[in-house]
Design a binder for this molecule. Sequence first.
Ligand code: PLP
Length: 470
Amino acid sequence: MKKVQLSRLHHKTNIEPTISLSPVFVRPGEATDLPKFELPATMSEPQTAYQIVHDESILDGNSRLNLATFVSTWMDDYAKKLYLESADKNMIDKDEYPATAAIEERCWRMLANLWHVPDIDDTIGTSTIGSSEACMLGGLALKRLWQEKRKAEGKPADKPNLIMSAAVQVVWEKFCNYWDVEPRYVPVTPEHLTLDGYDLEKYVDENTIGVVSILGQTFTGLYDDAVAISKKLDEIQEKTGLDVKMHIDGASGAMVAPFCQPDLLWDFKLDRVNSISTSGHKYGLVYPGVGWVVWRNTKVLPESLIFHVSYLGGDMPTLALNFSRPGSQVLLQYYQFLRLGFEGYREVQQNSIDVATFLSSEIAKLGPFELISKGDTIPVFAWVMKDGYTENWSLYDLADRLRMKGWLVPAYPMADNMADVTLQRIVVKLGMSHDLAVALLADIKAEVANLDALQSPLPDEFANKSQFHH
Ligand SMILES: *Cc1c(COP(=O)(O)O)cnc(C)c1O
């Protein structure tokens, strides 16, 4: 994980210490300057405060042209109406908002069912603030299970390790850092871009709490091969007796594969899968602030991790890192489930896959690029520059040129041991229509032609190399 330098955190709009207000909307008697880093001494009119926040936030740019993010940037008007109506609800107050609590349970049960839990009456799940919290909970359950087993056997339980691809999302580095687990990264190589069981026996030992399998790597959109990992773990168990379980990080893919790749084996149908997490706010099609995690059965979620809150005079088990958090996103998730149903999700995701595979095949035809993925898993694909194509420009330069036209199409280094390889990636999601894709393609073609016309290399400092985070 790259550490962000502190100075980086200072945005360009934070250089001046005050905000000067436009005379057009300053009201008589109001200050014309407000401090930026201290709490203003007195009140402002709501219109003035609104205008300041509104005006500054439009600098964020147009989210519809943001092809870097996996997170939903569009919901329909009914969803917006629900959002406003429910903005005051706190997810943790199960007693005060029993209807929201009931809806939350319906949502994770629907997911448990979609992901084929063996027994719907013996499963457990929860909403979270996003996949990060959901992954942390999945990881914690694996760690606690392992610890309890080790202690029961009278063995030391102080050196847990977790195995994953070097191309994991940063949450897994955080998990290992925050909870004192040794991360064991399996390198990505051109032959093994995803975790596919290769060499796994070299990483597993008695201190292994589990293996993370990613359904939709952030770098490339590719799926780790859960079946191959699971088979390899079977072999390892036969030889060593070690019974190692898996968590599926399905941040994107767990809301795509059930609809668009129904024959793919990756979920609770695989016995080794203990838990699955996803981001409701990615291909779950909800605005930022919701994730989900579900466990195969109640046995694999140690009781010692569960807290009990009162709910309608009864008992409600909860498991979360956060206490208070918005309840509205959970209602929005339920809205989408009702609104779209299985067939609706299938159509939306398939349409995104169609747009992604159209774009990737056209980009492959342009000449300079070689695809790393096509966008036929999750609708996300990445490409590299062909070896020796040119010294005059790089994918960073192309990303900069596209940014001038409003498109965010980031270039970034591949995971650690392939960090010398630069990728460029497009994430297609609801709102990226075929028409918009055609417009993007025209801009990519034009900018490639401009860059190809260069007589000598662009100076390095023009390219904005380090701003992108997965
Ligand atoms: C996005 C992502 C995460 C983190 O999810 P948030 O919902 O942003 O917290 C974790 N893993 C993968 C594979 C992701 O794509």
